[in-house]
Design a protein around this ligand. Structure first.
Ligand SMILES: C[S@@+](CC[C@H](N)C(=O)[O-])C[C@H]1O[C@@H](n2cnc3c(N)ncnc32)[C@H](O)[C@@H]1O
Length: 231
């Protein structure tokens, strides 16, 4: 019974999320649909409790394909210090750990539920000290200047209340020549962001903060975007 409910829920969630793109609710009556939708969006923004934990599990599977595509746009070495911002359920950290076998991977998320789930998903690497995960807001990172080789932000920047200060903080903790990649589904950027939602605006924002060699790569079929800047 449980797997059946899981599949049903997953289908419903996907339909609802596609729904955001079309702005035309079709699964349930409009009012119920929007209430449910707001609850799900709140949980994606700051996962809490059992429902949050469940959503983090869904995100782990739903985002894997996009993560792998985005990794093809990045450069990894075997001993890098990598920061994953808004690490959610911790799947990205697992994948990053494979990209840098002798590296150190750090995950931060402002949801305690996400931190708990990420630690669980990476328990072996956490036990050996290869992976560190802690609760933090992107605008206030407890890391020294010039610390990371790579920083990633998957499906999270559109939730940051202060994007510009978040990006400034990422710039501070990156080493010179370090790279920062923002990866997201385009329709979520358009849905959640009133500003910085065009390629020009986000590029200008990264430039203002000091990033250079900015590249914007799109997967037109899947409607994914990877915005990358070098410190
Ligand atoms: C949609 S989930 C994406 C999770 C994961 N990166 C993935 O791709 O599956 C967004 C995550 O960003 C986190 N988040 C949102 N705003 C944040 C902020 N200002 N600082 C740190 N984490 C944040 C949320 O708590 C949530 O876990």
């Amino acid at each position: 019974m449980a797997p059946f409910i899981l599949v049903l829920y997953y289908v419903a969630l996907n339909l609802l999320l596609y729904d955001i793109g079309s702005k035309e609710p079709f699964l349930l009556p409009r009012r119920i649909n929007f209430n449910l939708l707001n609850k799900l969006i709140e949980q994606a923004k700051n996962p809490r409790g059992k429902l949050g934990s469940f959503m983090l599990g869904i995100m782990n599977s739903a985002h894997t394909e996009m993560n792998k595509w985005a990794f093809e746009q990045m450069t990894f070495r075997e001993n890098m210090k990598i920061l994953d911002i808004g690490c959610g359920g911790g799947r990205t950290i697992q994948l990053l750990s494979k990209q840098s076998p002798n590296g150190k991977i750090y995950g931060i998320d402002y949801s305690q539920q996400a931190v708990n789930n990420s630690i669980k998903a990476n328990k072996r690497d956490v036990a050996t000290g290869k992976v560190h995960i802690c609760q933090a807001n992107v605008i206030d990172l407890a890391f020294p200047n010039n610390y990371f080789d790579v920083a990633t932000a998957f499906q999270t920047h559109y939730f940051w209340p202060d994007l510009e200060n978040g990006v400034k903080e990422v710039y501070r903790v990156l080493k010179p020549e370090g790279s920062f990649s923002i990866v997201a589904e385009v329709y979520k950027i358009n849905y959640h962001m009133d500003s910085y939602n065009t390629k020009e605006e986000i590029e200008q924002c990264l430039k203002r903060i000091g990033f250079n060699k900015i590249t914007i790569i799109e997967n037109k079929t899947k409607k994914w975007i990877c915005i990358k800047g070098i410190k």
